[in-house]
Design a protein around this ligand. Structure first.
Ligand code: COA
Length: 335
């Protein structure tokens, strides 16, 4: 008997209502709308207000995805939660979703592949479903960056790029074997693990404690990034991953109807399309409105593309992501 095909049955998103424009950022740090747009394409991002944290946004996106899938929460038999900005150091956000949805004692996995978190989660969900382990999986990607960025001029290279938001998908057995996840590939290379990282607080060798006053005074507690190295590695790895998932199916870039790239930087997406020789009309970007929302960007972008009619049943759609670790991967789907 053939293994069941996994398919995204529903999508949901949530972004906080507070919009922060590039102009707003100029009141906090020495930057400009022109610099940010020229280097990244970002025009605005959303930041949470006091009413929201990571899992509360994830929950709103999850409820929307369940409604979109026509699926009752009680049918979910596995939760996968991708984030780099969890509400608590432990436990992870997955169990908070389990509690709020009031579903049974289903497993809750928390995964940590940063910007590649959602595509890693898609591969996990696909594998679980094809193996017959679970039948309806709730995958969530959610981030609250605004509470962990350095919003002074010192942190401007990183802080202008990131925004808050959440996205979710219900993944289940496809009723049409031609539609669903066709192939996926995931990769990692830890050689440059610290070049895009938040290393404090933490318990690494040599530390006096999880966090010290000195760590705060010396501003070690914020994310650090070697931007140019990240850029160069992303534009190499992302096209390779797209080619890899297509080749697994004997397909070519010319067969693609839509590419949904991780939204790290509009220049990265444009370069990926150029290297793949893919027309701009076959790539959907929305970083202009949201900034980089890390584990939430793929569902935010995919959901918007579907709403705009750019992703339709039967289309060949590829999602590709690259992030801290480095971790990267792609998922090819017949929508
Ligand atoms: N506003 C104004 N000026 C800024 C600034 C900001 N927000 N951030 C940095 N600058 C300044 C720098 O201080 C530097 O000034 P100097 O020339 O006087 O020293 C100048 O702009 C150039 O900085 P640099 O870091 O070399 O810019 P860049 O061309 O590499 O662009 C990034 C920076 C971050 C936009 C770019 O490297 C990038 O997008 N990298 C990938 C990041 C990414 O995708 N991360 C997430 C991956 S999942």
């Amino acid at each position: 008997m053939n293994a069941p095909r996994a398919r995204i049955l529903g999508l949901g998103i949530h972004v906080p209502s507070q919009v922060v424009t590039n102009h707003d950022l100029t009141k906090m740090m020495d930057t400009s709308h022109e610099w940010i747009v020229e280097r990244s394409g970002i025009e605005q991002r959303h930041w949470v207000g006091p009413e929201d944290g990571n899992f509360t946004m994830g929950l709103k996106a999850a409820r929307m995805a369940l409604a979109d899938a026509g699926c009752d929460a009680a049918e979910i038999d596995c939760i996968i939660y991708a984030t780099l900005s969890p509400d608590y150091y432990f436990p992870g956000c997955g169990v908070l979703i389990q509690r709020e949805l009031g579903i049974g004692h289903v497993p809750a996995f928390d995964i940590r592949q940063q910007c590649a978190g959602f595509v890693y989660g898609l591969q996990m969900a696909d594998s679980f479903i094809r193996a017959g382990q679970y039948r309806k999986i709730l995958l969530i990607g959610s981030e609250v960056h605004s509470r962990l960025l350095d919003k002074s001029t010192r942190g401007r290279t990183v802080s202008v790029l990131f925004g808050d938001g959440a996205g979710a998908a219900v993944i289940g057995v496809s009723d049409d074997p031609a539609r669903g996840i066709l192939s996926s590939c995931m990769h990692s290379d830890g050689s440059d693990a610290e070049c895009l990282a938040m290393q404090w607080p933490g318990v690494a060798a040599g530390r006096e404690g999880f966090i010290t006053h000195q760590d705060i005074d010396e501003a070690r507690i914020f994310p650090n990034m070697e931007g140019q190295k990240v850029f160069k590695t992303a534009v190499k790895c992302m096209p390779e991953a797209v080619q890899e998932v297509l080749e697994k199916q004997g397909l070519a870039v010319s067969d693609l109807d839509m590419l949904i790239p991780h939204q790290a930087n509009l220049r990265i997406s444009e370069m990926v399309a150029k290297l793949l020789r893919l027309d701009a009309s076959k790539v959907h970007n929305n970083i202009q409105k949201y900034g980089n929302t890390t584990a939430a960007t793929i569902p935010l972008c995919l959901s918007e593309a579907r709403a705009l009619g750019k992703v339709k049943p039967g289309d060949l759609v590829c999602t590709v992501a690259f992030g801290s670790g480095f971790t990267w991967g792609a998922v090819l789907m017949r929508w």
